[in-house]
Write a new protein. Structure first.
Ligand SMILES: Nc1nc2c(ncn2[C@@H]2O[C@H](COP(=O)(O)OP(=O)(O)O)[C@@H](O)[C@H]2O)c(=O)[nH]1
Ligand SMILES: [Mg+2]
Length: 380
């Protein structure tokens, strides 16, 4: 879409970030994408909606996670006036759209076609400002979730209890318990216990927002069990303790082996990716800071080794292993080579499935439009 055929947008502050806006053309595109089947669109490019009251932190989350904005800069973000849509297609696995909503969306406004929006939605993130009074936010959450569930019961509902940086640990747990209880009580009162809400404590000032987003995105990856399985096989045959598959740009981990994740390990991985990209940008040859040759080894002072290697153009594997195990680097590299090939196969299958689906929905769409054209020209 060129800039000229877009209607003028008041406060168009995001026009330079590649963000796109919801308009009629998008709606048309979305309908084609929908192909009149919810499951199809859910598979092809799931939508993640960011909703919540004004100033709860939705735009900040999007900017920090996907645009590398530093948290302090979000203080100067202007408020969002319309739905901002952004495509995140950094890898075939992490391919989705994020829709950032202005706080004051009115479900009773007839021009807001929420049915169309919810139909193609994979996850709805509702952001609650934990530093503010959250009574209004909770009633808004209830309204949003019940509306969305009616249209599409397959949406995963994610509640970000946000801005927890200002709270003590005890306070955080207490807030989470209270919000959890009240939100579920409201649903139970409406006879909707079957709606499942997941809760996360988040802040843009630490890694919690990246971790929460990782979990949201993972639920939208149908191949997740396959990826986990491949990682399990890889680590058990290579003497590795923990391995993550990272989307390098967003630092979202799209999969890990089945052992539990602790926050510190995740933070170390994020720091390692930052170091590799920064060094490469500053001292590397001109061109892309991340390519086929990208790899790094860091020896920590507790006999642990961190090993990063390129998997695809956008994905990196980050592993933790003991110093002794790293002596068999040849074996690790060979196993990694096999792992990479297996990942490529998963990608290829997914690509084929997606192409077939697209073709199918395009055929249905053209059939339907030709039928409706025929009906218009022949009223009998
Ligand atoms: N302390 C704190 N402030 C935050 C956090 N996230 C966002 N904010 C601030 O909240 C304010 C509103 O953010 P904004 O993204 O515009 O909210 P939106 O209206 O929901 O899009 C901004 O001043 C942000 O700096 C957070 O995790 N912690
Ligand atoms: Mg906003």
């Amino acid at each position: 879409m060129s800039g000229s055929d877009r209607s003028p947008l008041p406060g168009d502050e995001d026009s330079d970030t590649g963000l796109d806006y919801y308009d009629e053309e998008d709606e048309m595109e979305a309908l084609v994408e929908l192909g009149f089947s919810d499951s199809l669109s859910g598979e092809v490019k799931p939508r993640i909606l960011l909703m919540g009251l004004r100033r709860s932190g939705k735009s900040s989350i999007q900017k920090v996670v996907f645009h590398k904005m530093s948290p302090n800069e979000t203080l100067f973000l202007e408020s969002t006036n319309k739905i901002c849509r952004e495509d995140v297609s950094s890898s075939s696995f992490v391919s989705f759209q994020i829709w950032d909503f202005p706080g004051q969306i009115d479900f009773f406004d007839p021009s807001f076609d929420y049915e169309m929006i919810f139909r193609g939605t994979g996850a709805l993130i509702f952001v609650i400002d934990s530093q503010d009074d959250y009574v209004e936010a909770l009633s808004r959450l209830h309204l949003t979730v019940t509306r969305a569930y009616k249209v599409n019961p397959d949406i995963s509902f994610e509640v970000f209890i946000h801005k927890v940086d200002g709270l003590s640990d005890d306070h955080k747990i207490e807030k989470q318990r209270d919000i959890h209880k009240r939100a579920n009580d409201d649903l139970a009162d409406a006879g909707l216990e079957k709606i499942h809400l997941s809760f996360y404590l988040t802040s843009i000032y630490d890694h919690s927002i990246f971790e929460a987003f990782s979990k949201v995105v993972q639920k939208l990856i149908p191949q997740l069990p396959t990826l986990e399985n491949l990682l399990n096989i890889f680590i058990s045959n290579s003497g590795i303790e923990k391995a993550f598959l990272f989307d390098v740009v967003s630092k979202i981990y799209i999969a890990t082996d089945s052992s539990p994740v602790d926050m510190q390990t995740y933070e170390l991985c994020c720091d390692m990716i930052d170091v590799v990209i920064d060094i490469s940008c500053i001292y590397g040859e001109a061109g892309l800071p991340y390519d086929k040759e990208s790899m790094a080894i860091i020896h920590l002072n507790n006999t642990t080794v961190m090993y990063l290697k390129e998997v695809t153009k956008f994905l990196a594997m980050v592993c933790f292993l003991r110093k002794e195990s790293f002596e068999r680097k040849g074996l690790i590299d060979y196993n990694f080579h096999c792992f990479k090939r297996a990942i490529q196969e998963v990608f290829d299958v997914r690509l084929k499935v997606q192409q077939n689906r697209k073709l199918l929905s395009q055929r249905r769409w053209s059939k339907l439009t030709s039928m409706s054209n025929g009906a218009a020209s022949n009223p009998h």
